[in-house]
Write a protein that binds this ligand. Structure first.
Ligand code: GCV
Length: 670
């Protein structure tokens, strides 16, 4: 008996009467044309279809392989090959009787089958003709799982890949692969980017067999497996005295190592590297560029058709930023823009969505679009490191939509982040969208059941960046819970408001960071861990915010026009980001007519009140949820209420004491 849930693949029994009218007659016979029933991805697709339809509408599916010729049966599912469709895409046609899924490859076929299952589960009206081609070539999840079983920034138990230095390859991995394939994920990095402890490096003999097993499981769901590498492996593992990427002996060491790895795991997708960041070694140590480091590895893995994913989270956390021009936010652009065009074709730069680090609100990184001759990939974080640790509900898809829709102005058109990372802007094919994942070995995978909406949503959005956050939330609720339309609305409403509410009771107007150092949960206004040179938010008795205009750190100039001028002008800067770009007096008037300090008081009180309302709404649908789900979510909600109260009190009293300005509404500030 497995001790984990099926998340959105529970295939609840659907209203059989309605389903009969809708689907039952059409799905009993499945004709396969151009796909072989026993090819691994195809076999899994058929297995899923058979299982799902049986569970939901009690239909036993009959598979007719090698259909060929004209299929006379009108009421049937036809799955056929169509090379005119973009790689990994599918076309879904339904004329009310026959459902046709056309795809150019097995991935597309699998996604088409999951689309059919989704439609049955949601009892979607018949009649469709949809061409569904993936927005992004790479759609990846990054695990920060350590070999001892712990997860860096994990909030849902321990790793399901590793335990005490060993790899697990059981049925939980199969379920995980099914789950993420069902939303279109095609790449997974299984180990933490902070690769520590040479004895447990996955690129070693003792692990090859099991990494290969994992790669095969994922492969059978159309997902390539990637590994994080330590750039200093030649020293730490190979006993050398250097890891200089231009040193011939170092290159030779990597050549041999990579040959060995691919010899054992031929279908590995490639490697992910965090270098020159937070204590990780990298090319800078040897006076080399990031491009020289990345290209050295890329050239070696090229013959195995593999990719090097190189992170742009390169900054000096010990830098002295008392000098007004020094700014951590500038780091990614300063370190990577000068080498644009020098990265080899199988290198993709993975760029965090914002210039700092996954705060609840940040501007979009100016690197997007600035690298016009380099492969770019967007990295977001669904592990809720700064957004509530999967205790507080924070549905992140609305934030991701804003990021994707941001116009970079790197061109006159086709210039949004979604355009850039999909490859549309500059014609790249090695690019995409990745997320630091939020899963662990908890029974429900994501700690808070509501956090699974972020996992589901990320996958759906990475496949189709046109979907709306609400559409995705609604789908997820329908597939996950067996609830009435009223309860569905309540949950969707909770999710859709949750990011704004979290932002209200935490840090205001884009300033970020007021979290407890190291753990990153709970309020600590001065808590920025690298604050030995002063507070991050630069608050004094007169005002708050970081001046990033030309008078300040000059960070604004990293953007294309008109973004640079808009951010630099306090009256034009989007207000939710105004303290990210400007240092302002507490008496500064916002567009609402309120002063800055009054805005801080009001949003913090309001954020707390809205959490209480959320709690009431959840209580209202208690009877519709499984007891265990309700207990888990409501238990966390109690903690969220306490967290919001704490943030509200701390932030308001901190700024009340600093500014000495009373709340206009006379509320008690502790
Ligand atoms: C994996 C932040 C996190 C670290 C993380 C790092 C990164 O600093 O706090 O835990 O390290 O980002 O993205 O590499």
């Amino acid at each position: 008996m497995k001790n984990w849930t099926d998340l959105w693949l529970g295939y609840h029994k659907v209203n059989v009467k309605k389903a009969d009218e809708l689907y039952s007659k059409s799905v009993g016979k499945v004709y396969l044309e151009g796909f072989l029933e026993d090819e691994s991805i195809c076999a899994n697709a058929i297995k899923e279809l058979t299982h799902g339809l049986k569970q939901m509408i009690k239909v036993s599916v009959k598979i007719i392989s090698n259909a060929g010729g004209e299929i006379e049966e009108e009421n049937a599912v036809v799955i056929k090959k169509d090379d005119s469709i973009k790689k990994q895409g599918y076309r879904y046609q339904d004329n009310g009787k026959r459902i046709t899924i056309s795809a150019p490859d097995e991935n597309g076929m699998l996604y088409g089958v999951f689309a059919l299952l989704r439609n049955v589960a949601m009892q979607k009206e018949r009649k469709a003709d949809e061409l569904c081609e993936p927005s992004n070539p790479l759609r990846m999840l990054n695990h920060w799982d350590n070999m001892d079983g712990s997860i860096e920034r994990g909030y849902s138990g321990e790793s399901f890949f590793f335990k005490n230095g060993k790899i697990m390859t059981g049925s939980r991995i199969v379920d995980y692969a099914r789950m993420i394939a069902s939303v279109g994920i095609n790449g997974v990095v299984i180990n933490n980017v902070n690769v520590k402890g040479a004895a447990t490096y996955l690129i070693s003999e003792r692990y090859y067999l099991n990494v290969k097993k994992l790669a095969e499981i994922f492969g059978s769901y159309g997902i390539s497996l990637y590994l994080s590498l330590n750039f200093a492996a030649p020293i730490e593992m190979g006993g050398m005295d250097s890891c200089d990427p231009l040193d011939e002996n170092v290159i030779l060491w990597w050549k041999n190592k990579v040959w060995e790895v691919f010899n054992h795991i031929p279908n590995l997708g490639g490697f992910l590297v965090k270098a020159d960041s937070e204590g990780r070694p990298g090319p800078f140590t040897y006076g080399r560029t990031q491009a020289e480091g990345a290209n050295m590895l890329a050239d070696i893995v090229k013959e195995y058709d593999a990719t090097i994913i190189w992170r742009c989270f390169v900054y000096n956390c010990t830098q002295d930023w008392r000098d007004t021009k020094t700014d951590r936010a500038r780091a990614a652009y300063d370190n990577f823009k000068p080498s644009d065009g020098n990265y080899h074709e199988n290198v993709v730069l993975q760029i965090k969505n914002g210039p700092m680090d996954f705060q609840i609100r940040e501007p979009v990184s100016p690197l997007f679009g600035a690298l016009s001759s380099t492969n770019e990939m967007l990295e977001v974080q669904i592990a809720q490191e700064y957004t509530g640790h999967q205790i507080d509900i924070c549905y992140l898809i609305p934030m991701f939509k804003e990021i994707l829709n941001f116009r970079t102005y790197c061109k006159d058109e086709c210039d949004t982040v979604a355009d850039v990372v999909s490859g549309r802007t500059f014609g790249n094919t090695c690019c995409g969208f990745s997320a630091v994942t939020n899963t662990g070995d908890d029974e429900n995978w994501t700690g808070n059941d509501m956090a699974a909406a972020n996992l589901y949503g990320f996958g759906r959005l990475a496949f189709n960046t046109e979907l709306s956050a609400e559409e995705i939330a609604r789908e997820w609720v329908k597939l996950t819970f067996n609830v009435s339309k009223e309860a569905e609305d309540v949950i969707v409403n909770i999710l859709m408001n949750s990011r704004e509410i979290y932002e209200e009771y935490t840090s205001p107007l884009g300033i970020g960071w007021m979290v407890t150092p190291q753990t990153h949960y709970g309020c600590s206004v001065d808590g920025y861990e690298y604050s030995r040179w002063g507070t991050y938010h630069r608050a004094d008795h007169l005002g708050i915010g970081v001046d990033r205009t030309e008078n300040g750190t000059g960070y604004v100039s990293q953007y294309f026009e008109p973004n640079a001028s808009i951010f630099a002008d306090v009256n034009k800067c989007p207000e939710e980001l105004v303290l990210f770009f400007h240092h302002l007096p507490y008496t500064h008037k916002l567009h609402s007519g309120k002063t800055l300090i009054q805005h801080i008081y009001d949003t913090h009180f309001e954020g707390y009140e809205r959490v209480l309302e959320m709690q009431k709404n959840l209580e209202g649908i208690k009877d519709e949820l499984d007891q265990s789900v309700y207990d888990r979510v409501s238990g966390r909600m109690n903690l969220q209420v306490a967290n919001a109260r704490e943030w509200c009190d701390q932030v308001n009293s901190y700024f009340y004491r600093k500014s000495g300005i009373e709340d206009e509404k006379g509320r008690k500030i502790y």
